[in-house]
Design a protein around this ligand. Structure first.
Ligand code: SAH
Length: 389
Protein backbone atom coordinates (compact mmCIF):
# COMPACT_ATOMS: atom_id res chain seq x y z
CA UNK A 1 0.00 0.00 0.00
CA UNK A 2 1.28 3.49 -0.90
CA UNK A 3 1.88 6.11 1.76
CA UNK A 4 1.17 9.76 1.10
CA UNK A 5 2.61 12.60 3.16
CA UNK A 6 0.70 15.75 3.97
CA UNK A 7 2.12 19.28 3.93
CA UNK A 8 3.04 20.38 7.43
CA UNK A 9 0.44 23.17 7.48
CA UNK A 10 -2.40 21.06 6.05
CA UNK A 11 -2.90 18.43 8.76
CA UNK A 12 -5.39 20.33 10.92
CA UNK A 13 -8.53 19.35 9.05
CA UNK A 14 -7.45 15.68 9.12
CA UNK A 15 -6.85 15.91 12.86
CA UNK A 16 -10.37 17.35 13.14
CA UNK A 17 -11.54 14.19 11.34
CA UNK A 18 -12.77 15.86 8.19
CA UNK A 19 -13.08 12.94 5.73
CA UNK A 20 -11.80 14.74 2.60
CA UNK A 21 -8.15 15.36 1.80
CA UNK A 22 -7.70 17.81 -1.07
CA UNK A 23 -4.98 17.28 -3.68
CA UNK A 24 -3.29 20.55 -2.62
CA UNK A 25 -2.63 19.14 0.87
CA UNK A 26 -0.56 16.24 -0.45
CA UNK A 27 3.24 16.64 -0.46
CA UNK A 28 4.05 13.25 -2.07
CA UNK A 29 4.17 12.56 -5.77
CA UNK A 30 0.93 10.80 -6.72
CA UNK A 31 1.62 10.25 -10.44
CA UNK A 32 2.00 6.47 -10.11
CA UNK A 33 -1.17 5.99 -8.11
CA UNK A 34 -4.21 4.44 -9.73
CA UNK A 35 -7.74 5.76 -9.12
CA UNK A 36 -9.35 3.75 -6.35
CA UNK A 37 -6.18 2.58 -4.60
CA UNK A 38 -6.28 2.42 -0.82
CA UNK A 39 -3.57 4.67 0.61
CA UNK A 40 -2.09 5.43 4.02
CA UNK A 41 -1.79 9.10 4.93
CA UNK A 42 0.96 10.35 7.28
CA UNK A 43 2.12 13.71 8.55
CA UNK A 44 5.56 15.09 7.66
CA UNK A 45 7.08 13.21 10.62
CA UNK A 46 5.70 9.87 9.48
CA UNK A 47 2.89 9.70 12.06
CA UNK A 48 -0.21 7.83 10.90
CA UNK A 49 -3.15 10.11 10.15
CA UNK A 50 -5.69 8.23 8.08
CA UNK A 51 -6.40 5.57 5.48
CA UNK A 52 -8.69 5.97 2.51
CA UNK A 53 -9.46 5.72 -1.19
CA UNK A 54 -7.29 7.74 -3.56
CA UNK A 55 -8.55 9.37 -6.76
CA UNK A 56 -6.89 11.80 -9.19
CA UNK A 57 -9.37 14.58 -8.41
CA UNK A 58 -9.76 17.69 -6.25
CA UNK A 59 -10.83 15.46 -3.38
CA UNK A 60 -7.77 13.22 -3.61
CA UNK A 61 -8.41 10.98 -0.60
CA UNK A 62 -11.75 10.04 0.94
CA UNK A 63 -10.93 8.86 4.43
CA UNK A 64 -12.36 5.53 5.57
CA UNK A 65 -10.53 5.32 8.89
CA UNK A 66 -8.58 7.60 11.20
CA UNK A 67 -7.28 4.45 12.92
CA UNK A 68 -4.50 2.25 11.63
CA UNK A 69 -6.71 -0.65 10.53
CA UNK A 70 -6.92 -2.72 7.37
CA UNK A 71 -9.54 -1.69 4.81
CA UNK A 72 -10.73 -5.08 3.61
CA UNK A 73 -13.82 -7.26 3.77
CA UNK A 74 -13.92 -7.25 7.59
CA UNK A 75 -13.90 -3.43 7.55
CA UNK A 76 -16.93 -3.27 5.23
CA UNK A 77 -18.80 -5.98 7.13
CA UNK A 78 -18.40 -3.96 10.32
CA UNK A 79 -19.14 -0.54 8.81
CA UNK A 80 -22.24 -1.68 6.91
CA UNK A 81 -23.38 -3.68 9.94
CA UNK A 82 -23.13 -0.51 12.06
CA UNK A 83 -25.05 1.53 9.51
CA UNK A 84 -27.88 -1.01 9.28
CA UNK A 85 -28.02 -1.41 13.06
CA UNK A 86 -28.30 2.37 13.47
CA UNK A 87 -31.41 2.38 11.24
CA UNK A 88 -32.88 -0.63 13.07
CA UNK A 89 -32.32 1.10 16.43
CA UNK A 90 -34.21 4.11 15.10
CA UNK A 91 -37.14 1.80 14.19
CA UNK A 92 -36.99 2.86 10.58
CA UNK A 93 -38.06 -0.54 9.27
CA UNK A 94 -41.72 -1.23 9.98
CA UNK A 95 -44.65 -2.85 8.23
CA UNK A 96 -45.76 0.54 6.94
CA UNK A 97 -42.26 1.62 5.91
CA UNK A 98 -40.03 -0.71 3.96
CA UNK A 99 -37.86 1.97 2.32
CA UNK A 100 -34.71 3.34 3.93
CA UNK A 101 -31.28 4.73 3.08
CA UNK A 102 -28.81 2.28 4.60
CA UNK A 103 -25.55 4.10 3.94
CA UNK A 104 -25.29 7.86 3.47
CA UNK A 105 -21.65 8.41 2.50
CA UNK A 106 -19.72 10.58 4.94
CA UNK A 107 -22.68 10.49 7.36
CA UNK A 108 -21.91 6.81 7.88
CA UNK A 109 -18.11 7.24 7.64
CA UNK A 110 -18.18 5.60 4.22
CA UNK A 111 -17.45 8.52 1.88
CA UNK A 112 -18.33 7.78 -1.73
CA UNK A 113 -20.94 5.13 -0.91
CA UNK A 114 -24.74 5.35 -1.04
CA UNK A 115 -26.95 2.34 -0.39
CA UNK A 116 -30.74 2.54 -0.56
CA UNK A 117 -33.04 -0.28 0.53
CA UNK A 118 -36.41 -1.08 -1.02
CA UNK A 119 -38.21 -3.94 0.69
CA UNK A 120 -35.52 -6.61 0.44
CA UNK A 121 -33.47 -5.06 -2.36
CA UNK A 122 -30.37 -2.92 -1.87
CA UNK A 123 -29.29 -0.46 -4.56
CA UNK A 124 -25.63 0.53 -4.33
CA UNK A 125 -24.44 3.81 -5.84
CA UNK A 126 -20.73 4.65 -5.78
CA UNK A 127 -19.34 8.16 -6.05
CA UNK A 128 -15.69 7.06 -6.01
CA UNK A 129 -13.87 4.41 -7.96
CA UNK A 130 -12.43 3.06 -4.70
CA UNK A 131 -15.95 2.24 -3.53
CA UNK A 132 -16.80 0.75 -6.90
CA UNK A 133 -13.85 -1.67 -6.70
CA UNK A 134 -14.92 -2.53 -3.11
CA UNK A 135 -18.32 -3.84 -4.25
CA UNK A 136 -17.51 -7.51 -3.51
CA UNK A 137 -16.76 -6.56 0.13
CA UNK A 138 -19.86 -4.30 0.25
CA UNK A 139 -21.98 -7.26 -0.95
CA UNK A 140 -20.58 -9.38 1.90
CA UNK A 141 -21.37 -6.54 4.33
CA UNK A 142 -25.00 -6.36 3.17
CA UNK A 143 -25.48 -10.13 3.20
CA UNK A 144 -24.06 -10.28 6.69
CA UNK A 145 -26.29 -7.46 7.96
CA UNK A 146 -29.57 -8.75 6.50
CA UNK A 147 -29.26 -12.51 6.05
CA UNK A 148 -32.34 -13.92 4.34
CA UNK A 149 -34.17 -10.54 4.43
CA UNK A 150 -32.01 -9.54 1.46
CA UNK A 151 -33.18 -10.79 -1.92
CA UNK A 152 -31.01 -8.78 -4.34
CA UNK A 153 -28.31 -6.14 -4.66
CA UNK A 154 -28.23 -3.88 -7.73
CA UNK A 155 -25.09 -1.91 -8.49
CA UNK A 156 -25.86 1.41 -10.21
CA UNK A 157 -22.93 3.77 -10.67
CA UNK A 158 -22.88 4.56 -14.37
CA UNK A 159 -24.48 7.99 -13.67
CA UNK A 160 -22.15 8.85 -10.80
CA UNK A 161 -18.95 7.43 -12.36
CA UNK A 162 -19.48 8.28 -16.03
CA UNK A 163 -17.17 7.38 -18.92
CA UNK A 164 -15.52 4.40 -17.23
CA UNK A 165 -15.70 1.17 -19.20
CA UNK A 166 -15.53 -0.99 -16.07
CA UNK A 167 -18.63 0.61 -14.53
CA UNK A 168 -21.66 -1.43 -15.59
CA UNK A 169 -25.06 -1.40 -13.88
CA UNK A 170 -26.04 -4.94 -12.87
CA UNK A 171 -27.24 -7.25 -10.14
CA UNK A 172 -24.26 -8.26 -8.01
CA UNK A 173 -26.34 -10.55 -5.80
CA UNK A 174 -29.65 -12.25 -6.60
CA UNK A 175 -32.02 -10.44 -8.92
CA UNK A 176 -35.41 -8.77 -8.80
CA UNK A 177 -37.99 -7.77 -11.36
CA UNK A 178 -38.74 -4.08 -11.63
CA UNK A 179 -40.83 -2.18 -10.83
CA UNK A 180 -40.65 -3.52 -7.30
CA UNK A 181 -43.31 -2.90 -4.66
CA UNK A 182 -42.30 -1.07 -1.47
CA UNK A 183 -44.17 0.93 1.18
CA UNK A 184 -43.67 4.41 2.62
CA UNK A 185 -45.84 5.53 5.54
CA UNK A 186 -48.50 3.11 4.40
CA UNK A 187 -48.66 4.07 0.72
CA UNK A 188 -47.62 1.61 -1.96
CA UNK A 189 -44.91 2.61 -4.40
CA UNK A 190 -43.49 1.05 -7.51
CA UNK A 191 -39.71 1.51 -7.46
CA UNK A 192 -37.60 1.04 -10.58
CA UNK A 193 -33.88 1.47 -9.95
CA UNK A 194 -33.00 0.27 -13.47
CA UNK A 195 -34.82 3.02 -15.41
CA UNK A 196 -35.55 5.55 -12.64
CA UNK A 197 -33.62 8.63 -11.49
CA UNK A 198 -30.88 8.13 -8.84
CA UNK A 199 -31.54 4.79 -7.08
CA UNK A 200 -35.19 4.88 -8.17
CA UNK A 201 -36.75 7.10 -5.51
CA UNK A 202 -36.10 10.24 -3.43
CA UNK A 203 -36.02 8.68 0.03
CA UNK A 204 -34.81 11.90 1.64
CA UNK A 205 -38.28 13.48 1.57
CA UNK A 206 -39.99 10.62 3.47
CA UNK A 207 -40.70 12.49 6.72
CA UNK A 208 -41.60 15.71 4.91
CA UNK A 209 -44.09 13.79 2.76
CA UNK A 210 -45.58 12.40 5.97
CA UNK A 211 -45.83 15.93 7.38
CA UNK A 212 -47.67 17.08 4.25
CA UNK A 213 -50.13 14.28 4.95
CA UNK A 214 -50.85 15.75 8.38
CA UNK A 215 -51.88 19.09 6.86
CA UNK A 216 -53.75 17.76 3.83
CA UNK A 217 -57.20 16.76 5.08
CA UNK A 218 -59.89 18.47 3.03
CA UNK A 219 -57.32 20.47 1.06
CA UNK A 220 -56.61 21.06 -2.61
CA UNK A 221 -52.93 20.45 -3.26
CA UNK A 222 -50.52 21.24 -6.11
CA UNK A 223 -47.38 19.05 -6.00
CA UNK A 224 -44.77 20.48 -8.35
CA UNK A 225 -41.57 18.61 -9.31
CA UNK A 226 -43.47 15.47 -8.30
CA UNK A 227 -41.20 12.74 -9.80
CA UNK A 228 -43.01 9.48 -8.89
CA UNK A 229 -45.69 11.29 -6.87
CA UNK A 230 -44.59 10.62 -3.28
CA UNK A 231 -45.99 13.87 -1.83
CA UNK A 232 -49.25 13.44 -3.77
CA UNK A 233 -49.80 9.92 -2.42
CA UNK A 234 -49.31 10.93 1.21
CA UNK A 235 -51.67 13.89 0.74
CA UNK A 236 -54.45 11.72 -0.75
CA UNK A 237 -53.98 8.96 1.81
CA UNK A 238 -54.53 11.56 4.53
CA UNK A 239 -57.74 12.96 3.10
CA UNK A 240 -56.83 15.64 0.55
CA UNK A 241 -59.82 16.65 -1.57
CA UNK A 242 -57.85 16.83 -4.80
CA UNK A 243 -54.16 16.67 -5.73
CA UNK A 244 -52.54 17.85 -8.93
CA UNK A 245 -49.05 16.49 -9.65
CA UNK A 246 -46.78 18.42 -11.99
CA UNK A 247 -43.47 17.46 -13.59
CA UNK A 248 -41.73 18.44 -16.82
CA UNK A 249 -40.85 14.81 -17.47
CA UNK A 250 -43.55 12.67 -19.11
CA UNK A 251 -41.83 9.61 -17.68
CA UNK A 252 -42.16 11.04 -14.16
CA UNK A 253 -45.87 11.72 -14.65
CA UNK A 254 -46.29 8.18 -15.92
CA UNK A 255 -44.61 6.86 -12.75
CA UNK A 256 -46.86 9.10 -10.65
CA UNK A 257 -50.00 7.86 -12.38
CA UNK A 258 -48.94 4.23 -11.94
CA UNK A 259 -48.44 4.84 -8.22
CA UNK A 260 -51.79 6.65 -7.97
CA UNK A 261 -53.51 3.65 -9.60
CA UNK A 262 -51.59 1.20 -7.41
CA UNK A 263 -53.20 2.86 -4.37
CA UNK A 264 -56.60 3.32 -6.03
CA UNK A 265 -56.39 7.10 -5.63
CA UNK A 266 -57.40 8.02 -9.23
CA UNK A 267 -60.56 9.89 -8.23
CA UNK A 268 -58.63 12.43 -6.22
CA UNK A 269 -55.79 12.97 -8.67
CA UNK A 270 -54.90 14.88 -11.81
CA UNK A 271 -51.55 15.31 -13.57
CA UNK A 272 -49.87 18.08 -15.48
CA UNK A 273 -46.82 17.80 -17.75
CA UNK A 274 -45.28 21.28 -17.75
CA UNK A 275 -42.26 23.36 -16.87
CA UNK A 276 -42.94 24.37 -13.27
CA UNK A 277 -41.30 27.77 -13.64
CA UNK A 278 -43.62 28.66 -16.56
CA UNK A 279 -46.72 27.03 -15.07
CA UNK A 280 -46.34 28.80 -11.73
CA UNK A 281 -46.40 32.23 -13.40
CA UNK A 282 -50.15 32.03 -13.85
CA UNK A 283 -51.94 29.18 -12.08
CA UNK A 284 -55.30 28.30 -13.64
CA UNK A 285 -56.67 27.15 -10.26
CA UNK A 286 -56.63 28.04 -6.56
CA UNK A 287 -54.76 25.79 -4.16
CA UNK A 288 -54.70 25.45 -0.36
CA UNK A 289 -51.26 23.79 -0.40
CA UNK A 290 -48.41 24.02 -2.91
CA UNK A 291 -45.31 21.79 -2.76
CA UNK A 292 -42.15 23.14 -4.42
CA UNK A 293 -39.41 20.49 -4.52
CA UNK A 294 -37.13 21.39 -7.44
CA UNK A 295 -33.92 19.56 -8.33
CA UNK A 296 -30.70 21.22 -7.13
CA UNK A 297 -30.61 24.57 -8.95
CA UNK A 298 -26.92 24.94 -8.07
CA UNK A 299 -24.47 22.06 -7.94
CA UNK A 300 -21.47 24.41 -7.63
CA UNK A 301 -20.74 27.64 -5.83
CA UNK A 302 -20.38 29.58 -9.13
CA UNK A 303 -24.01 28.78 -9.94
CA UNK A 304 -25.31 29.85 -6.55
CA UNK A 305 -26.37 33.40 -7.38
CA UNK A 306 -28.45 32.26 -10.33
CA UNK A 307 -29.94 29.44 -8.25
CA UNK A 308 -31.07 31.85 -5.56
CA UNK A 309 -32.79 34.01 -8.19
CA UNK A 310 -34.55 30.85 -9.39
CA UNK A 311 -35.75 29.86 -5.91
CA UNK A 312 -36.93 33.43 -5.31
CA UNK A 313 -38.93 33.61 -8.54
CA UNK A 314 -40.53 30.20 -8.06
CA UNK A 315 -41.53 30.94 -4.46
CA UNK A 316 -42.76 34.44 -5.25
CA UNK A 317 -45.15 32.98 -7.86
CA UNK A 318 -46.50 30.50 -5.28
CA UNK A 319 -46.83 33.08 -2.49
CA UNK A 320 -48.62 35.53 -4.78
CA UNK A 321 -51.25 33.00 -5.92
CA UNK A 322 -51.95 30.62 -3.02
CA UNK A 323 -55.34 30.89 -1.30
CA UNK A 324 -55.43 33.09 1.82
CA UNK A 325 -54.32 30.96 4.77
CA UNK A 326 -52.66 28.47 2.42
CA UNK A 327 -49.45 26.56 3.03
CA UNK A 328 -46.36 26.25 0.87
CA UNK A 329 -43.95 23.36 1.41
CA UNK A 330 -40.78 24.73 -0.15
CA UNK A 331 -37.43 22.94 -0.45
CA UNK A 332 -33.88 23.25 -1.70
CA UNK A 333 -31.51 20.32 -2.04
CA UNK A 334 -28.60 22.49 -3.28
CA UNK A 335 -25.78 21.87 -0.82
CA UNK A 336 -24.19 25.25 -1.64
CA UNK A 337 -27.35 27.13 -0.61
CA UNK A 338 -27.36 26.86 3.17
CA UNK A 339 -30.26 27.10 5.59
CA UNK A 340 -30.04 30.83 6.33
CA UNK A 341 -29.50 31.70 2.68
CA UNK A 342 -32.57 29.67 1.76
CA UNK A 343 -34.70 31.27 4.48
CA UNK A 344 -33.58 34.73 3.37
CA UNK A 345 -34.49 33.87 -0.21
CA UNK A 346 -38.02 32.89 0.85
CA UNK A 347 -38.32 36.12 2.84
CA UNK A 348 -37.23 38.04 -0.26
CA UNK A 349 -39.88 36.17 -2.28
CA UNK A 350 -42.54 37.14 0.29
CA UNK A 351 -41.49 40.80 0.05
CA UNK A 352 -41.68 40.62 -3.74
CA UNK A 353 -45.13 38.97 -3.61
CA UNK A 354 -46.33 41.57 -1.10
CA UNK A 355 -48.15 39.21 1.27
CA UNK A 356 -47.67 38.39 4.95
CA UNK A 357 -45.88 35.09 5.42
CA UNK A 358 -45.22 33.06 8.57
CA UNK A 359 -42.74 30.24 8.91
CA UNK A 360 -44.53 27.39 10.65
CA UNK A 361 -42.11 24.46 10.13
CA UNK A 362 -38.39 24.18 9.43
CA UNK A 363 -37.55 20.96 7.63
CA UNK A 364 -34.42 18.96 6.87
CA UNK A 365 -33.12 15.58 5.77
CA UNK A 366 -34.25 12.54 7.79
CA UNK A 367 -32.39 10.33 10.28
CA UNK A 368 -31.28 7.82 7.65
CA UNK A 369 -29.41 10.68 5.91
CA UNK A 370 -27.26 11.63 8.93
CA UNK A 371 -24.73 14.46 8.92
CA UNK A 372 -21.25 13.61 10.18
CA UNK A 373 -20.48 16.41 12.66
CA UNK A 374 -16.96 16.69 11.21
CA UNK A 375 -18.34 17.03 7.66
CA UNK A 376 -20.89 19.85 7.74
CA UNK A 377 -21.02 19.72 3.91
CA UNK A 378 -23.26 16.66 4.40
CA UNK A 379 -26.21 18.90 5.23
CA UNK A 380 -27.99 19.49 1.93
CA UNK A 381 -31.78 19.25 2.21
CA UNK A 382 -33.65 22.12 3.79
CA UNK A 383 -37.22 23.19 3.63
CA UNK A 384 -39.83 25.46 5.14
CA UNK A 385 -43.55 25.27 5.56
CA UNK A 386 -44.85 28.80 5.26
CA UNK A 387 -48.34 30.08 5.79
CA UNK A 388 -49.53 32.93 3.65
CA UNK A 389 -52.11 35.25 5.24
N1 SAH B 1 -40.61 15.62 -4.99
C1 SAH B 1 -40.11 14.40 -5.58
C2 SAH B 1 -38.66 14.47 -5.99
C3 SAH B 1 -38.33 15.61 -6.94
S1 SAH B 1 -36.96 15.29 -7.98
C4 SAH B 1 -40.36 13.23 -4.62
O1 SAH B 1 -40.87 13.44 -3.51
O2 SAH B 1 -40.04 12.10 -4.98
C5 SAH B 1 -37.07 16.60 -9.09
C6 SAH B 1 -38.11 16.43 -10.20
O3 SAH B 1 -38.18 17.69 -10.87
C7 SAH B 1 -37.76 15.41 -11.27
O4 SAH B 1 -38.81 14.49 -11.40
C8 SAH B 1 -37.62 16.23 -12.56
O5 SAH B 1 -38.14 15.57 -13.71
C9 SAH B 1 -38.44 17.44 -12.24
N2 SAH B 1 -38.09 18.69 -12.96
C10 SAH B 1 -36.87 19.17 -13.26
N3 SAH B 1 -36.95 20.38 -13.84
C11 SAH B 1 -38.28 20.69 -13.89
C12 SAH B 1 -39.03 21.82 -14.35
N4 SAH B 1 -38.42 22.89 -14.87
N5 SAH B 1 -40.36 21.80 -14.22
C13 SAH B 1 -41.00 20.73 -13.69
N6 SAH B 1 -40.35 19.65 -13.24
C14 SAH B 1 -39.01 19.62 -13.34
Amino acid sequence: MKTLHIHKNKVDSILRRHPWIFSGAIHSNTEDLKDGETVTVEDHNGNFLARGHFQHATIAVRVLSFEDIEIGEAFFIKAIGNAVQMRKNLNLFTETNTICRLVHGEGDSLPGLIIDFYQGVAVVQCHSIGMFTSIPAIVEGLKNAFGTELTAIYSKSSDTLPNRAEVVDEYVYGSCETPHLAIEHGVKLHIDWVTGQKTGFFIDQRENRNLLGKYSKGKKVLNTFCYSGGFSLLAIKNGALLVHSLDSSKKAIQLTEENVTLNDFQEKHGSIVADAMEYMKDLPEDYDIIVLDPPAFAKHREKRHKAIQGYKRLNAHAIRQIKPGGLIFTFSCSQVVDKSMFTNTIIAAAIEAGRNVRIIEQLHQPADHPINAFHPEGEYLKGLVIQVD
